[in-house]
Write a protein that binds this ligand. Structure first.
Ligand SMILES: *Cc1c(COP(=O)(O)O)cnc(C)c1O
Length: 463
């Protein structure tokens, strides 16, 4: 069987999968009881499964297929690069044209003096690099004790030991001995769930000031960096109140700690700008990139570093760090082609001026649904807060059960909308059309209705 062949019956594929494939983030017992979904091809925003069903991919894969599926230009570039130079490394004072061209391009589109790039194979690896970069930076400046990194509960920064430690996912920390030493967490700026009686503005300030309290508590001379996603993605599209980022920026500056913006989801057009940093007018020292960098067509990530920070590392002799696939030529060539398409087809401009305003208006109408407490969206990433009682912003007794019921209804109706607990989230390809937006909203409303009926039947939603 080659991957292109699709002649096996779905049941046989499922049986082989169950026998030999360990799945990331999957409940194996549940999956085996029902059989894994088998996706065989995709075009634009549409997936096709092994039974021929078409499914609207409201998540762009895992927040990454920004230019949509089926762009053969990327396949052509990959084939050409593989024929010419399939692999060479950039260790030991070597380079190659795809690494040069992609670095120059990223320096051009990244804001301000973010002019240097270190490559990785994924967002997780890039954040591993960031931990080492930030600590090594302070060490070289004569402050080896400045090594603690402050991050946030319910943030997501990847799945390797360092990256998952930066992340604030309790379920991940519980498996495998995380967080690693010298990483601490403050609370997230999630007003709807945690804001209580405060206004969003007051709450945003209060949550930002937790950073200052943590710095004061541990001592500024112990802190290397603060890392955060401009908008939390995997945590449930948590859009901070307006007051949050300006206060965080002030605190990082006044206390001399590096700011790392994890742009793995926000980057490459998701917010209607190149980066979340542009959307919020931030000035981070390091930006983590991956996902939309290649629209998921090749595994590649990296760290875009402020020139003055990079210079300290460069002047410090050899940085004893690198991955075999750092600046992989095929991945770099594909990323460059992806960026060319984003630019030449004005994909990001269209998100900002047309698609995002259109989807946001329709998305907001879902707040009229009896089970939706809030419908929020920034750029093309959005969340619905499901609740048994809107007025009090109440939570369901068993967290996540109604979210899961609703997610299953979405899939059955031909829509990928993910659930994070009882939040329903979307992040469609940036190329989604207005007709497809209309369809997405129709399917979402229908699935909410069915999910609510299921919840009533289970006694989770008032009759
Ligand atoms: C997905 C993600 C990562 C991890 O990227 P991988 O390529 O899965 O390792 C890191 N940070 C954020 C914000 C992400 O969404």
């Amino acid at each position: 069987m080659t991957p292109r062949d699709n002649h096996m019956p779905t049941d046989e594929l499922r049986a082989l999968d169950a026998a030999h494939h360990i799945h990331p983030f999957s409940d194996t017992a549940q999956m085996r009881a029902r059989g894994a979904r088998v996706i065989t091809q995709a075009e634009g925003v549409w997936l096709t499964d092994s039974e021929g069903n078409r499914i609207l991919d409201g998540m762009a894969g895992l927040w990454c297929v920004n230019i949509g599926y089926g762009r053969t230009e990327l396949a052509d570039v990959a084939a050409r690069q593989m024929a010419q130079l399939p692999y060479y490394n950039t260790f030991f004072m070597t380079t190659h044209p795809p690494a040069v061209a992609l670095s120059a391009k990223l320096a051009q589109i990244a804001p301000g003096d973010k002019n240097r790039v270190f490559y990785a194979g994924s967002g997780s690896e890039a954040n591993e690099t960031n931990i080492r970069l930030a600590r090594h930076y302070w060490h070289l400046l004569g402050h080896p004790e400045k090594k603690t990194i402050i991050a946030r509960k319910n943030g997501y920064h990847g799945s390797t030991m360092g990256a998952a430690s930066l992340g604030g996912m309790a379920g991940m920390h519980a498996q495998g001995g995380m967080p690693i030493p010298d990483i601490v967490h403050i609370d997230q700026p999630h007003w709807w769930a945690e804001g209580g009686g405060m206004s969003p503005e007051e709450f945003g300030l209060a949550r930002a000031r937790q950073l200052e309290e943590m710095i004061d508590q541990l001592g500024e001379d112990k802190i290397a960096a603060f890392i955060a996603e401009p908008i939390q993605g995997a945590g449930g599209v948590i859009i901070p109140p307006e007051t949050y980022w300006p206060e965080i920026t002030r605190i990082c500056r006044e206390h001399h700690i590096l700011l790392i913006a994890d742009e793995v989801i926000c980057g490459f057009g998701r917010t209607g700008h190149w980066f979340g940093t542009d959307y919020y007018d931030l000035d981070p020292d390091i930006m983590t990139i991956a996902k939309g960098l290649s629209s998921g067509y090749q595994p590649i990530g990296g760290s875009i570093v402020r020139e003055s920070v990079a210079q300290v590392i460069e002047d410090g002799g050899e940085f004893n760090h690198g991955y075999t696939y750092s600046s992989h030529p095929v991945a770099a060539a594909v990323a460059l082609e992806n960026i060319r398409i984003l630019e030449e087809e004005k994909v990001i401009d269209r998100v900002r001026s047309e698609t995002a305003p259109y989807l946001q208006q329709k998305w907001a109408s879902l707040a009229d649904h009896p089970m939706v407490g809030e419908a929020r969206m920034a750029g093309l990433m959005g969340a619905l807060e499901l609740t048994p009682e809107k007025a009090s912003r109440a939570k369901f007794a068993e967290e996540g059960a109604v979210g899961l019921m609703t997610r299953e209804r979405c899939f059955a109706n031909g829509l990928v909308m993910r659930h994070v607990g009882d939040k329903m989230i979307i992040s469609p390809p940036l190329v989604i059309s207005k007709e497809e937006v209309d369809r997405l909203i129709e399917l979402a409303w229908q699935s909410l209705d069915e999910g609510m009926a299921d919840a009533r039947e289970a006694g989770a939603f008032p009759a």
